[in-house]
Ligand binder design. Structure first.
Ligand code: SF4
Length: 96
């Protein structure tokens, strides 16, 4: 009876292959250091994977992952806070 109430895993149906974790026909790679702290990280056989992106390392090559839960998307690679483009144009119009 307790097994009936067992929570379904995000990676139900995933299979570990020689190439890596195969889930719905896609090979998943483990999360990278930048992902540390993200709430989307899910364990499968004691390895951390991202159910949102199959290859987290690729996601971080162009800047901050837009689905990251631990970092604000408004902060750029250098750590500077991005200004909303609309606000920037209003500031320019006011001469600031
Ligand atoms: S959502 Fe982005 S930051 Fe979070 S685990 Fe996936 S790739 Fe990493």
């Amino acid at each position: 009876m307790a097994e009936d109430k067992k929570k379904a895993s995000v990676f139900d149906g995933a299979v570990m292959t020689a190439d890596g974790l195969s889930f719905k026909g896609v090979i998943m790679t483990p999360v990278v250091e930048n992902c540390t702290g993200c709430e989307r990280i899910t364990q499968f056989e004691e390895v951390s994977y991202c159910p949102t992106y199959a290859r987290p390392a690729t996601k971080w090559t162009r800047g901050i992952c837009n689905f990251a839960t631990h970092i604000k998307a408004t902060v750029d690679k250098e750590g500077k806070i991005k200004v909303n483009p609309l606000k920037a144009s209003k500031r320019a119009a006011r001469g600031r």
